[in-house]
Design a binder for this molecule. Structure first.
Ligand SMILES: O=C(O)C1=C[C@@H](OP(=O)(O)O)[C@@H](O)[C@H](O)C1
Ligand SMILES: C=C(OP(=O)(O)O)C(=O)O
Length: 431
């Protein structure tokens, strides 16, 4: 992001918990649902409404990208957005920021536009994996101009693509699958999308894509392992309601865990495809108690945290906060199945290792994850790498470790601009 303030001005001292953290925090809308809603409504044939929309950098970038392609998105009412679809059109320029969903979900839609659509993003966005998607679009007959197989690139759409059968390796990001599936109803023959390679991470996110496509009226067959089939057809407009972002609930619930307190997140859905729902199980394994009721999800900490051995491949985005909790546990932890985090907002395995060790921790990177051996930690400036979840992880550490200062907290605006305010309100200031 383009913040011109000096590094010292961006710093944010993380509040230390004055005692057990207790309270309720309402979490705004899910980034993942929001991104899908916007792409599906843009690809529909009638107007749609979006209740409880996420107001954050990633959703603003998605809206701006769609608007650049000629789709009308009315955002004047913060509680209810309207999307009026139109056939996407170039020429247009799309700024992806650092948003994986924008850079992976919009090019497959741009493929059915008339005219060139250029994609670029933040400097680090150019390092995030794109090759499987760009190769897939090329194999589907789309003209893609790219100097390397990453941002920036231009899709030269001719107004339609035939679609059909395609095989990709989605082991570096599930978003390649989701992106192609979301726009596939617009392809003349739909899509038969096969994954071949090491396991696809973030499977709940692919299920979310399938569930939401079906909710929008698409015919999707996901009955064969690693094959997804979407029939061509018109999606109707409809009323959407965005669930709270359960992954963004992680630091708040973790506050209960690491301070022996109790935190409730209201409106936790009874059933959901969000991977953040796995927090109930993870935080129980870590020594907390999880109760899901009509009141929401309540996590109660016992005062001590147990280390875990966990495969986080289904919910890699929870890793930074879970790693922070593990660093405060009373026994070692191993987090596995998350090699693909090297392609997230930053190389999260390297970043977590460097920052936890900077605080005095003992963390090593493995091929596919982290080994965390808790040690007494001390304060320091923690680099947040423009990564909202690194900032959340550092805030959790700051509850228990004096003098933790985030290099920047504004990066939380990617998915939760209210983070600093909600955090301070929940945990209270240092006494
Ligand atoms: O489809 C989505 O909304 C997402 C999928 C996941 O991506 P990866 O499969 O690249 O981990 C996840 O980490 C990201 O935060 C959101
Ligand atoms: C990996 C993440 O984001 P993105 O959608 O940019 O991939 C994330 O939010 O943890």
């Amino acid at each position: 992001m383009n913040d011109t303030r000096a590094p010292e001005e961006l710093r944010w001292p993380a509040p230390q918990a004055p005692g057990a953290v207790r309270g309720r925090v309402s979490i705004p809308g899910s980034k993942s649902m929001m991104s899908r809603v916007l792409v599906l409504t843009a690809a529909s044939h009638g107007a749609s409404s979006v209740a409880a929309p996420l107001l954050a950098r990633d959703s603003a970038l998605m809206v701006a990208g769609l608007q650049a392609m000629g789709i009308r998105v009315v955002t004047t009412d913060d509680a209810l957005w309207m999307v009026h679809p139109r056939a996407p059109q170039g020429p247009a320029a799309v700024d992806c920021g650092l948003a994986g969903t924008v850079m992976r979900f919009l090019p497959p839609l741009a493929a059915v536009a008339h005219g060139p659509i250029t994609f670029d993003g933040d400097p680090y966005a150019r390092k995030r994996p794109m090759a499987p998607l760009l190769r897939a679009l090329t194999a589907l007959g789309v003209s893609v101009d790219a100097a390397s197989e990453s941002l920036p690139f231009t899709i030269q759409g001719t107004g339609r693509i035939s679609g059909g059968e395609i095989t990709i390796d989605a082991s570096s990001s599930s978003q390649f699958l989701s992106g192609l599936l979301l726009s596939a109803p617009r392809y003349d023959r739909g899509i038969v999308l096969r994954h071949q390679g090491p396991p696809v991470p973030s499977r709940p996110h692919v299920r979310m894509t399938v569930d939401m496509l079906r909710a929008a009226g698409a015919a999707v067959d996901d009955s064969r392992p690693n094959v997804w089939e979407v029939e061509p057809g018109q999606l109707g407009g409809r009323a959407w309601h965005v669930e709270p972002d359960l992954s963004n609930a992680a630091p708040f619930l973790a506050a209960a865990l690491v301070t022996g307190g109790e935190v409730t997140v209201p409106d936790w859905p009874a059933t959901t495809s969000q991977p953040g729902d796995l927090l109930r199980d993870l935080f129980t394994q870590l020594g907390g108690r999880a109760v899901l009721s009509h009141d929401g999800l309540t996590i109660t900490g016992s005062g001590s945290v147990r280390g875990i051995d966990a495969d986080l491949s289904e919910a890699g985005e929870l890793t930074p906060v879970v790693a922070a909790v593990c660093a405060l546990a009373d026994s070692p932890s191993t987090l596995r199945g998350i090699g693909h985090l090297r392609g997230h907002e930053t190389d999260r395995l390297a970043a977590l290792t460097a920052e936890l060790n900077r605080l005095g921790g003992d963390v090593t990177e493995t091929d596919d994850g982290l080994r965390i051996r808790p040690r007494p930690l001390h304060g320091s400036v923690v680099d947040t790498y423009d990564d909202h979840r690194m900032a959340q992880a550092a805030a959790v550490l700051g509850l228990a470790v004096p003098d933790v200062v985030l290099s920047d907290v504004a990066c939380t605006s990617k998915t939760l601009p209210q983070f600093p305010q909600l955090w301070t309100e929940l945990v209270g200031a240092r006494p």
